[in-house]
Design a protein around this ligand. Structure first.
Ligand SMILES: [Zn+2]
Length: 269
């Protein structure tokens, strides 16, 4: 399913996959000044291409390799695409993804893209490319200083994120969030939350939530609790997402990541 919402001269394209007729997963791509930022999952690619045929689009810019951000590229192969240098080989190879992700998003097809530099020129503007690894090793955000905007892809997601993937580097992610507070912007165009106003405050709240959780997790670990027991005490039971993903997404992953960061700092001290 595809729905659009207009935010000034930014078009948010909300792409929703369904499973057995039920809405399963939503993600937003954005169209600004002729540039399409991300293309959603493969499953909505055909729909995106139908919509895109009626729009003025010069190019695609991808923010990281996850299939819910690059899956539409193969359906828009007539458009030039730019992606972070580390993303390009993944786009070309389109490695086979696990079953639960194929069911949710669809299997990406190979697509081509050119590596982006430090800036991306749109029709009338210049987007600054800022590497923000953590959620993914190749994740970048696009900053438009004259508007005070950040196309933040999956940097923010939500304030109280409790499910992370096994491979997410939460320490790097928090560093990237902290670093972004050094840039001037007040609106984030998030791939999941949509436009987020007062963006610095939202990022600070997100960081504070994880920092607080880390403090509590460390105290419990020092008192002899296992990561599983800490997860149960601080975050409760795992939800549907954990079973669905075979444990790839879990609250316990977050607890383990936060504790591992603590261990690194202790070893360095
Ligand atoms: Zn992602």
């Amino acid at each position: 399913m595809l729905r659009t919402r207009q935010h000034g001269d930014v078009t948010e394209i909300r792409l929703t996959t369904a499973f057995l007729g039920r809405p399963m997963y939503s993600v937003s791509a954005y169209l600004f000044d002729g540039t399409l930022v991300d293309t959603g999952p493969p499953r909505t690619g055909r729909e995106l291409a139908r919509w895109a045929a009626g729009q003025q689009i010069d190019q695609i810019v991808n923010t990281h390799h996850h299939e819910d951000h690059v899956g539409g590229n193969a359906f828009l192969s007539h458009l030039p695409a730019l992606a972070p240098p580390d993303t390009v080989p993944r786009l070309v190879r389109a490695p086979r993804i696990p079953l639960y992700r194929r069911t949710t998003f669809g299997q990406p097809r190979p697509a081509t893209a050119s590596p982006m530099g430090d800036v991306v020129a749109t029709h009338r503007h210049t987007l600054h490319v800022i590497p923000t690894p953590g959620h993914a090793f190749d994740h970048v955000v696009l900053w438009l200083p004259e508007r005070g905007w950040l196309f933040s892809a999956d940097l923010y997601l939500m304030e109280r994120a409790r499910y992370v993937r096994r491979r997410d580097d939460v320490g790097l992610w928090m560093e990237s969030l902290r670093r972004m507070l050094g840039y001037d912007f007040d609106t984030m165009f998030c791939a999941h939350a949509g436009p987020v106003g007062d963006a610095h405050a939202a990022i600070r709240r997100k960081l504070a939530y994880w920092e607080e959780l880390q403090g509590e997790a460390r105290r419990l670990a020092d008192a002899g609790y296992s990561p599983r027991a800490i997860r149960r005490r601080l975050l409760g039971r795992e939800g549907f997402l954990t079973a669905w993903s075979g444990g790839n997404f879990s609250k316990e992953n977050l607890i383990r990541a936060l504790l591992a960061m603590g261990a690194g700092e202790k070893a360095a001290a």
